[in-house]
Design a protein around this ligand. Structure first.
Ligand SMILES: Nc1ncnc2c1ncn2[C@@H]1O[C@H](COP(=O)(O)OP(=O)(O)O)[C@@H](O)[C@H]1O
Ligand SMILES: [Mg+2]
Length: 269
């Protein structure tokens, strides 16, 4: 949805925020991301806070609920959720501010930090909360018949590794935007990341060389990787067909290329 400035929120919403933050001296709308109707760093009396929000009636409001549900279980690689509230027709989440910039997936220094954060996340067992999606259910419609069960697992997956969902600051990568937390097999997150590395310009081979540093990828069998790469290819094809924005068409191309690469390399083995 279109992003408005914090100052344009209904007064009732801003008042409710100020109860949490103290008087707000300024607000800077942040770039990156497409879902939140508001995303801003607030200069509050009690210190800076990042606030994101969406109208309560918006179909994407459910993603905010998922974000709130998973927040207590996130590893140190993620900013702390400080508060969440509903006021003036908006759902608003207040986070610790990360002083950083979006990850650059063409920069190998950044990629080392991103993989470190992913490794940290892979240690986390998915919590048993109803808002969490299950990988084998979430992607079943795109999977070859009988293969979605291969996506099941106990890992907590982020599943949206767009570079604007990773902030680099304080010498580490921070994972933000938990709109799509999912419980499933660990190799799924490195797979999703690999497609994003290709979007940034890496070849399939280079992308796989990077994500092979993650144990769950190395331990995944050929059947698992094949099944998910077909699924990811079909999902991105549908997304691009429904709304052919250039980045979606690029993602669909990358997912198809990764699928072809994995197929060829499993044949070679
Ligand atoms: N904790 C944070 N501290 C500072 N900036 C943040 C923080 N979380 C998100 N941002 C910035 O706001 C943008 C949008 O936030 P995000 O959670 O990704 O929402 P969206 O759902 O709109 O993608 C991010 O790309 C980033 O630039
Ligand atoms: Mg985002």
């Amino acid at each position: 949805m279109d992003r408005i400035h914090y100052d344009d929120l209904p007064q009732a919403a801003r008042q409710a925020v100020e109860i949490q933050t103290g008087r707000i001296k300024g607000a800077r709308t942040t770039g990156g991301g497409i879902n939140s109707g508001v995303a801003a760093v607030l200069d509050g009396e009690g210190g800076p806070v990042f606030v994101k929000g969406i109208p309560r009636e918006h179909p994407q409001a459910v993603s905010q609920a998922r974000e709130v549900a998973v927040a207590p279980y996130l590893p140190a690689a993620c900013p702390r959720l400080l508060w969440h509230l509903e006021a003036g027709g908006w759902v608003l989440l207040g986070y610790e501010v990360i002083d950083g910039r979006h990850a650059d997936y063409t920069d190998s220094g950044d990629l080392v930090l991103v993989l470190t954060a992913l490794r940290e996340l892979q240690e986390v067992t998915a919590p048993d909360v109803p808002e969490l999606k299950r990988a084998e259910q979430r992607w079943t419609a795109y999977a070859d018949e009988g293969t979605a069960g291969l996506f099941a697992g106990t890992a907590l997956l982020h599943t949206d590794w767009a570079p604007h969902n990773v902030l680099i600051g304080d010498g580490r990568a921070h994972l933000i935007d938990w709109a799509w937390p999912t419980q499933g097999a660990g190799f799924i997150d490195p797979h999703v990341l690999a497609v994003r590395l290709m979007e940034a310009g890496h070849s399939a081979g280079d992308a796989v060389t990077w994500v092979r540093r993650i144990m769950s990828w190395r331990e995944a069998g050929r059947a698992e990787l094949d099944a998910f790469s077909v699924t990811s290819m079909r999902m991105w094809r549908e997304i691009a067909d429904n709304d052919p924005q250039p980045w979606k068409v690029t993602m669909a191309g990358c997912a198809a290329e990764l699928r072809a690469f994995l197929l060829a390399s499993s044949w070679a083995r």
